[in-house]
Design a protein around this ligand. Structure first.
Ligand SMILES: Cc1cc2nc3c(=O)[nH]c(=O)nc-3n(C[C@H](O)[C@H](O)[C@H](O)COP(=O)(O)OP(=O)(O)OC[C@H]3O[C@@H](n4cnc5c(N)ncnc54)[C@H](O)[C@@H]3O)c2cc1C
Length: 434
């Protein structure tokens, strides 16, 4: 048996390097090119990012989420968690380290379910950081409930023909290919009647109706697309996995994605807490520094404890994935960290922002991005309510109804039981002593 919360010195050296590298080399890009992280790189920015990527590769830290067979390091999820905590909250860090969503999840499912030809065409450039990809599942009228999806894939000879509309397809504008989830057999349950397709983004019939931005971004522009798939024809070999396997594939993809978001969120929370602590030690009012006010101390204590609890569950979840290599087996804790994440983020970011007073709600501190990130994490990859349902169902699997009229912990029954047990023991003790 071993319960060990320490990090081995060799890996700690990597983490120290990553932290320093992020601070000194990557944050300048975040500060001066905040919107450009997920755009195709050109000119000076390309040269800057490529040189950083090379340093990460030289250090043996590129694509830390992947096994060695796919050009990654095979660190496993626990070590990835420690890395992602540092990369979290930086727009460019996941790009520079080859761990950016949605490409990580897309790479994972092509690696898992793709044919050799698909891996060569789609996975290889993705892993080399040479292209962006897009995952196109949500529809304008349906997100959290995939049973409502209506985008259709119809087999026509050696081709599939896709028709429908997809909403919030991130990075569609910069992607070289999209992975589309569509109903291929409407006569069976959605869990068996949907399939996934790999489609080059320049295929005729892929029509971007508009680009949707996040809160605060200018209207009519953004990284998330409303796409009309208008008679999009693709060869039969573009089917990913088998026919009817989309639901299973999407769970593989979303399982990993949710854990990676949670890992990065730990880093965002830590940054907010660091900012709060610095601020309350620096600012005075009514005769003392803020740090000496008990209500401020309460906020710091709550934030610290919430973050530690969340972080430990994230790392335990990562550890379980390393043990079992099966997201299904860990789904209770994956869903638990998924719904805890926005709550912990919102609480800690809000307290930190509040401790900064007017400065906190100004555009001269980074709370705007953190606040939006927290709200987004409550929706992306399934809303909080859905994950709470998953956790509750999984927890309840270990229980059964009380066998009699009263709960098993009903005190009158328990006392009666205790009396019987002790009477029997007493009888034995007396018999043994006589
Ligand atoms: C930043 C961002 C990036 C995204 N990127 C992609 C992408 O690349 N590809 C893609 O396909 N999709 C993407 N999405 C979409 C995302 O997957 C969906 O937003 C998500 O699945 C929820 O669907 P919805 O927005 O339609 O919400 P709905 O399903 O309409 O849910 C709305 C609200 O209803 C409530 N609710 C829903 N279900 C239940 C329930 N069972 N019980 C109780 N209450 C419930 C919740 O409060 C929920 O927030 C992205 C979303 C965001 C915010």
């Amino acid at each position: 048996m071993s319960w060990d919360f320490s990090t081995e010195p060799e890996f700690q050296a990597h983490l120290d390097w990553i932290r320093e590298f992020r601070r000194e080399q990557i944050e300048p890009l975040d500060l001066l090119y905040p919107q450009l992280a997920y755009h195709p790189l050109d000119g000076d920015l390309r040269a800057l990012v490529e040189s950083l990527k090379q340093q990460v590769k030289d250090r043996g830290l590129w694509a830390a989420h992947l096994g060695p067979e796919l050009g990654g390091q095979g660190f496993g999820q626990l070590k990835l968690g420690l890395i992602n905590e540092i990369l979290g909250g930086s727009n460019f860090a996941p790009i520079v380290f080859g761990t950016a969503a949605p490409d990580t999840g897309n790479a994972e499912i092509i690696a898992h379910y793709g044919t050799e030809a698909q891996k060569e065409k789609y996975l290889k450039p993705l892993l080399e950081g040479e292209c962006f990809s897009c995952f196109s599942m949500t529809e304008p009228h349906a997100g959290a409930d995939p049973k409502l999806f209506t985008t259709r894939a119809v087999r026509d000879g050696d081709e599939w023909v896709i028709n429908g509309r997809k909403y919030y397809s991130s990075n569609a504008r910069t992607s070289q290919f999209v992975i589309v989830m569509a109903v291929s057999n409407p006569d069976v349950s959605a869990y068996k009647g949907m399939s996934m397709f790999l489609i080059p983004s320049d295929t005729p019939g892929i029509e971007i109706e508009r680009h949707i931005g996040m809160l605060g971004e200018p209207a009519g522009d953004g990284m998330h697309a409303l796409i009309h798939y208008n008679n999009v024809r693709i060869p039969a070999e573009n089917l990913l996995g088998g026919e009817g396997m989309a639901f299973q594939i999407s769970q593989t993809r979303l399982g990993g994605g949710r854990v990676h978001h949670a890992m990065r969120s730990v880093g965002v929370c830590q940054r907010a807490l660091d900012m709060m602590c610095e601020r309350v030690l620096s600012r005075s009012t009514q005769g003392t520094i803020l740090a000496d006010k008990q209500m401020v101390q309460s906020d710091i204590a709550e934030s610290y404890a919430q973050l530690e609890m969340f972080r430990l569950l994230v790392l335990k979840t990562a550890w379980q994935i390393d043990q079992y290599h099966d997201y299904g087996r860990v789904k209770k804790d994956i869903s638990a960290i998924k719904f805890l994440m926005p709550k912990v983020l919102l609480d800690i970011v809000y307290r930190s922002m509040h401790a900064h007073g007017a400065l906190g709600v100004s555009n001269e501190m980074p709370f705007d991005e953190m606040w939006k990130y927290a709200a987004t994490m409550a929706v992306v990859d399934g809303p909080t309510e859905v994950h709470k349902v998953v956790v509750a169902k999984e927890v309840l699997k270990d229980y059964s109804p009380a066998s009699g009229e009263w709960p098993s912990q009903f005190l009158p029954d328990r006392r009666e039981w205790a009396r019987q047990v002790l009477a029997e023991r007493l009888e034995h003790a007396v018999a043994n002593n006589s």
